[in-house]
Ligand binder design. Sequence first.
Ligand SMILES: Nc1ncnc2c1ncn2[C@@H]1O[C@H](COP(=O)(O)OP(=O)(O)OP(=O)(O)O)[C@@H](O)[C@H]1O
Ligand SMILES: [Mg+2]
Length: 508
Amino acid sequence: MVNADPQPLLQMRGIVKEFPGARALDGVDLDVLPGEVHCLLGQNGAGKSTLIKVLAGAHQPTEGTVLVDGEPVTFPTPVAALKRGIATMYQELDVVGGLTVAENIYLGHELATAGVSRRREARRHTRELLRRLGHGELSPNREVASLSAAAQQVVSMARALSHDARVIVMDEPSAVLDSDEVQNLFRVVRELTASGVAIVYISHRMEEIRAIGDRITVLKDGRTVAANLPVAETPTADLIRLMTGRSVEFAFPVRVARDTEGTAAPVVLEVEDLALRGTFSDVGFQVRAGEIVGLAGLVGSGRSEILETVYGARKATAGTVRVGGTRLRPGSVGAAVRAGIGLAPEERKSQGLLLDEPVYRNITLSTFGRFARGGLLDERAERDAATEQAASLDLRPTGVDRAIRTLSGGNQQKAMLARWLVHGCRVLLLDEPTRGVDVGARAEIYALVRRLADSGAAVVVVSSEIPEVLGLADRVLVVSEGRVVHTGPTDQIDEHTVLDMVMEGSAA
Ligand SMILES: Nc1ncnc2c1ncn2[C@@H]1O[C@H](COP(=O)(O)OP(=O)(O)OP(=O)(O)O)[C@@H](O)[C@H]1O
Ligand SMILES: [Mg+2]
């Protein structure tokens, strides 16, 4: 018999994974061919990350088989999976703080514990890998915790490459990258697949699947609902139907013309000549009650730093921040919080979530004062408030008593947003609010942010997705190289113009 189909490099058959109280995987099949980009699609909580953790040897399957080159294998540890050529970039960035870039990349390699000369070799390899990834500027000696999320992602990628893997699994790698960085990632992916390496690629962004994917497997509620669909022949509407079981409008929020600048709504947040030496300077803007202002720009342009400085997490080297006319003490988060500013940060794992605490506690975290009665927390009130907000965001699974660690990445993100709903801030700073959130839940988040603004909050949103900024915000500030290069209403500018500004500014 002639076998026209190439032998799958990797097969997963009937994979089941049970956690106490949750059947995360309920019979998943996956076939991966050499040299292909195999996309794994599914809503938040569908089981994508759990599946790839089984593949990586980080979870043991309750049932099912994994075959490499047609041969059954078991991976009792991540090292065992690496030895069979399976390297994984996890959704939650797993670089180790306190270690350098080179040490992180060579963690688990024998080079890491070897003598001085081998360590020098590790640094040299690191430099080569980083250059290959287009990041020759990253020093192998930098401590990883001091790097941006995007740079940490590059380190994680370099680590995967360092193993000469045959399959590289990427769990939402683009979630922390801007469009330039994503192109860079795709270039590396193409190089890898050309040499026969298979990529398993997870993303909630359809345009990425279209740009880089060959075949798609769709998961829903822990099961494979469609396998090996050719990307080119499968319309997005079909994919969304498979993922959600219904048709969902896949669109950024419809723009509503709003003339908030001309209204009498009071200015809530006033930022004047704000600067952080070496990062940004001369940043000034005002946000009225009910208004959403978007910051567009590349990763590294200073967007997140502007938010963090307004919040007091970084100490401004010049300029002022006022809330309701009162000037805030620079570099004081306490002062910002007392004035009613909330920040939903970009790196939720390191900055926002208490992973081992229950969902409700994470949601009510910064509102402790509200639920304290005679110094004791009123657990019932806390839980009730959290339950209400969790429901409004369709947080899954629904119970708020489980540890937030056990929620899928996208659901953790929703919990972070729910926190600000409960909190009732006057000024809300949102850094990449829809990162890692599936197409259905995005719409809910857009509606929620608008609801918050309508209730009188002043909102500032940072997003790498320009259509998102333009759709969600009333006004946009385009940031390039630490400067605001344009300010104006979002209904008078289009995506390409913004993109040009972002690029030109950074080339100058
Ligand atoms: N350690 C755990 N204990 C209990 N339940 C878990 C655990 N890890 C995952 N789950 C549950 O398994 C299901 C699948 O989660 P998983 O993280 O695989 O989803 P996902 O498809 O990667 O979603 P996302 O797009 O949000 O990243 C979810 O319902 C999640 O709550
Ligand atoms: Mg996931």
